[in-house]
Design a protein around this ligand. Structure first.
Ligand SMILES: Nc1ncnc2c1ncn2[C@@H]1O[C@H](COP(=O)(O)OP(=O)(O)OP(=O)(O)O)[C@@H](O)[C@H]1O
Length: 231
């Protein structure tokens, strides 16, 4: 269980998050929705240790990890897939994957990546930056998967991708949750996020405006009121 408890945070005097409570249980997908500027990315930055909260706690399986450096959280199984795909564009697909592998486990890491996304297997020698947006996102997700993360925080992974690729990516994310991971999915793609999620949090102006199950939400109304285009 990954938990943010009463978190407030911001940037040099500007408060963005105001007393946010959010839980990501094991083996579940939690969608974090909300309009532009609501504070979703800021929340992910707090959750990954990149931004220290001004108050509140970050807990992993009940252990207080507030203020821990990002690499300490990585050691605890926290993995961040940032907006705009965290891949090294000038490196090959293979090198991108190997950089994520523990020494001695290189072939296992490559196998794991190809199991997740078979298409990457055909493109090992290709320079990552020359692949399509969808393929680069698959590579970013495969790099995360290699680390066998327990908590995966994803920022707009479906942004700008074709519906078929988005289907493939969501199927992969649901498989990660079935394997036991906890996922926090920041999404503009409301319908898709609600279909995949076990729990939904709606952030508005830095506060949680709704927390509950997808069935309690009217996706159309939500998209109109809070999220805007892209659903
Ligand atoms: N580095 C920064 N310095 C100062 N203010 C920032 C910084 N990053 C974000 N903000 C401000 O914090 C607020 C929340 O931004 P954030 O990126 O967390 O929202 P978001 O919900 O992820 O929005 P979007 O959907 O547009 O990405 C915004 O008003 C933004 O201008």
């Amino acid at each position: 269980m990954f938990e943010l408890r009463n978190i407030s945070a911001g940037y040099s005097g500007t408060q963005v998050l105001r007393g946010v409570n959010l839980k990501i249980p094991a083996s579940s997908v939690v969608a974090l929705l909300g309009p532009n500027g609501a504070g979703k990315t800021t929340l992910l930055r707090v959750a990954t240790g990149l931004l220290k909260p001004t108050s509140g706690q970050l807990l992993i399986d009940g252990e207080d990890v507030t203020g821990a450096a990002p690499h300490k959280l990585v050691e605890k199984g926290v993995c961040h897939v940032p907006e705009g795909r965290g891949v090294f564009r000038s490196l090959s697909v293979r090198d991108n994957l190997l950089l994520q592998a523990v020494k001695g486990d290189q072939s296992e890491a490559l196998n794991r990546a190809v199991t997740a996304f078979p298409r990457l297997g055909e493109r090992m020698a290709q320079t990552a930056g020359t692949m399509s947006g969808g393929e680069q996102q698959m590579l970013a997700l495969a790099r995360a998967y290699i680390q066998k993360p327990r908590f995966i925080l994803l920022d707009e992974v479906s942004m700008g991708l074709a519906p078929k690729v988005v289907d493939e990516i969501f199927a992969f994310l649901e498989m990660l949750a079935r394997e036991g991971a906890s996922l926090l999915l920041v999404e503009q793609y409301v319908t898709r996020a609600l279909a995949a999620a076990d729990f939904v949090f709606l952030l508005n102006r830095g506060s949680v405006a709704f927390a509950g199950q997808p069935a309690e939400i009217d996706a159309e109304e939500l998209a109109e009121r809070y999220v805007g285009a892209g659903h």
